[in-house]
Design a protein around this ligand. Structure first.
Ligand code: EPZ
Length: 472
C-alpha cells in the first residue's frame, strides 16, 4: 500500500491541465452497454474507478481496450450476461450505473446493491422508483437488485429526494427511458454537467432527449442506439481542487482545460475568500497572497457548490482570518476529513450538517489518514500549505478519482513523494519514538522543585497542590 510524503510551504506556480471528468466517464462507459457497434471515448481519465468499471463491463460481455493514444474502445460482443458481481460493484458504487442501460437494451439485470460509503447514507431507492415507473419488475434479494422488463413504457417520473435530485439515479432512468415506448418525462432530474454529457452522448447515438441541464427532461423512445465517438467533458471537481491548491499555497496557478460555466459557484467562493481568479477562455488563473477571508459555504446540487468540493474549501478556510461555516445539504455526514485536519492543527468541529472552522494562522505537518476520495484531496491541499512534512496514508482513496495528481502538482512546485507505507519511509521529522521527544521540551529552571514531603500529603494538601500546579 502507498502513502504520500509531502513537504509543505511551497507556493505553486505555473500551469496544470485538467483531465476528463470521472463522473461523466463512468455513466457514459456504462451506457455503451446499450450501443450497437464499437464506441470510442476520448478524455477518459486513467483512474482506479475506470478500471473497476471496465472489469464490470467485461464481465457483462464487452471488450474494453485502451488505445495507444489514450482513447477507450468499447464493444458489446455478447449481450446475454446480466450479472454484475458484488466483488466488483462493492469497490465502486458507480457500477450501479449499468442497471439502466442493461434494462434498456437487455431487458434484465442483476446488479449488486452498492456497498456503504464514508460520506454518508447512499440509497438507490430513487433509481428503482424511476425504473419501476417505466415498467420494470424489481426485487431485492441477497444484496442484489433483480430487474426485468419485457416491455418498457414511457411514464411521467418525479425523481426528487430528501436531498434534492440524484445524479446517477437520473443517469440510470434516462438510459432506460431512451428505449421505452412512447414519451417519458423526468422531473426533478439532476442538472449536473456530467448528466448533460451523458445525455448528449445518448443523443449522438440516436436517442431523443430534450431539456438536458434543466430539472425537466423529455425523452422519446427509440429502437436502437448506434455506437459513436465522444469526448468526455473536463473534470470540474479536479479543476476546483487545483484552483484551491493555487490559493491555499498562496501561489499563482493557471488551470487549463476548464469549462468556466461549470465552476461559477466555486470561483465565486474563492473570490469571496479573497483569492484573485482571472478567466481566459478555458483557462483560469488563481492567486492569493494573504490569509483567506472567512466565508460560509453551502454544498448544494448543481449549479451550487459541489459537495465534492466542500472538503477542499474547508482545508482552505482552516487558515482563514476568522470563523467559517461549511454546510453540506447533499451529504450531511460528509465530514470525515475534520478530525484529520485537526491533527494538522486546524480548529474545526462538527455541528450536524455543518463544519465550524475557526481559522488558524498556520497548519503543521502530521501523519493523517484518508477516508474517502475528496477527503484525501483536502488533506493533500492542507499538507501543501502546512509547515514541515506530512504523511497521508490510504491514498488508494485518492487514486480512485484523481489521475496522477501528485505528478501534476510537483510540476508546479509541490514536493510530494509516493512511497510504500512502511515505518522506514516515515520522515524523521514525524518520528516521535522516545519519551523525551514526545513531551515538549521545557527548561528545567521553569519547573518548580517537587515538593518535599516528609510523609504522604493529606487529601486537602493534595487538592491544594493540584490547584497550585494547575494555576501556577
Ligand atoms: C454522484 O453520486 C457522484 N458520483 C458523487 O461524486 C457526488 O458527490 C454526488 O453525485 C452528488 O453530486 C458519481 O457521479 C459517480 P446522488 P450519486 O444520487 O449519484 C440521496 C465523488 O467524489 N439519494 O446525486 O451516488 C443521496 O443519499 C463522488 O466523485 C437518495 O436519497 O449521488 C444523497 O444524499 C462522491 N436516493 C443525494 O440524494 C437515491 O436513490 C444525492 O445523491 C439516490 C440518492
Amino acid at each position: 500500500m502507498d502513502m504520500l510524503v509531502i513537504r509543505g510551504g511551497q507556493p505553486l506556480r505555473g500551469t496544470v491541465t485538467v483531465g476528463g471528468a470521472k463522473n461523466a466517464a463512468l455513466p457514459i462507459m456504462a451506457a455503451t452497454l446499450a450501443a450497437t457497434g464499437t464506441t470510442v471515448l476520448h478524455g477518459v481519465p486513467e483512474l482506479v474507478d475506470v478500471s473497476t468499471l471496465s472489469q464490470v463491463l467485461r464481465s457483462l460481455g464487452m471488450t474494453v481496450e485502451r488505445r495507444a493514444g489514450g482513447a477507450l474502445e468499447l464493444t458489446v460482443t455478447d449481450d446475454q450476461p446480466c450479472f454484475a458481481d458484488y466483488e466488483l460493484v462493492r469497490r465502486m458504487r458507480a457500477s450501479v450505473c449499468v442497471l439502466g442501460p442493461m434494462l434498456g437494451r437487455r431487458r434484465r439485470a442483476c446488479v449488486s446493491l452498492p456497498g456503504g460509503c464514508n460520506i454518508g447514507h447512499r440509497p438507490i431507492d430513487l433509481h428503482l422508483k424511476g425504473l419501476r415507473a417505466l415498467g420494470a419488475e424489481i426485487r431485492i434479494e441477497r444484496g442484489y437488485v433483480f430487474a426485468r422488463a419485457d416491455v418498457l413504457r414511457g411514464a411521467d417520473i418525479y425523481l426528487g429526494g430528501s436531498f434534492g435530485s440524484t445524479v446517477t439515479g437520473t443517469c440510470n432512468v434516462m438510459s432506460a427511458a431512451v428505449f421505452a415506448e412512447g414519451t417519458t418525462t423526468i422531473s426533478a432530474a439532476a442538472c449536473e454537467p456530467e448528466v448533460v454529457d451523458l445525455g448528449n452522448f445518448l443523443n449522438a447515438m440516436g436517442a431523443k432527449i430534450e431539456g438536458l441541464g434543466t430539472p425537466l427532461l423529455k425523452i422519446e423512445g427509440v429502437q436502437e442506439l448506434s455506437a459513436v465517438e465522444h469526448e468526455v467533458i473536463p473534470d470540474r471537481i479536479e479543476a476546483a481542487t487545483l484552483l484551491v491548491a493555487g490559493a491555499i499555497t498562496r501561489g499563482e496557478l493557471e488551470v487549463a482545460n476548464i469549462r468556466p460555466e461549470h465552476l461559477s459557484a466555486v470561483i465565486d467562493s474563492l473570490r469571496a475568500a479573497g483569492a484573485t481568479v482571472e478567466l481566459h477562455g478555458t483557462r483560469a488563473r488563481v492567486s492569493m497572497n494573504t490569509a483567506p477571508r472567512p466565508i460560509d459555504v453551502t454544498a448544494l446540487p448543481y449549479p451550487g457548490i459541489p459537495t465534492d468540493v466542500q472538503a477542499q474549501l474547508t482545508a482552505l478556510l482552516a487558515m482563514a482570518d476568522g470563523i467559517s461555516v461549511v454546510t453540506d445539504k447533499v451529504f450531511p455526514d460528509r465530514f470525515m476529513h475534520l478530525p484529520e485536519l485537526m491533527r494538522m492543527g486546524a480548529n474545526v468541529r462538527r455541528e450536524g450538517a455543518c463544519g465550524i472552522i475557526s481559522g488558524v494562522a498556520r497548519l503543521s505537518g502530521a501523519c493523517v489518514m484518508a477516508s474517502d476520495l475528496r477527503a484525501s484531496a483536502a488533506l493533500l491541499l492542507a499538507a501543501l500549505a502546512a509547515d514541515g512534512e506530512s504523511v497521508i496514508r490510504r491514498i488508494y482513496h485518492l487514486d480512485r478519482g484523481y489521475d496522477r495528481l501528485e505528478q501534476k502538482l510537483n510540476l508546479v512546485g509541490a514536493n510530494i513523494r509516493r512511497v510504500t507505507d512502511a515505518p522506514e519511509n516515515l520522515p524523521a521529522s514525524l518520528h516521535l519514538s522516545t519519551e523525551e521527544e514526545a513531551v515538549p521540551t521545557v527548561e528545567t529552571s521553569d519547573v518548580p522543585p517537587a515538593p518535599k514531603f516528609l510523609s504522604h500529603p493529606s487529601a486537602s494538601r493534595q487538592h491544594e497542590l493540584k490547584d497550585t500546579a494547575r494555576h501556577g
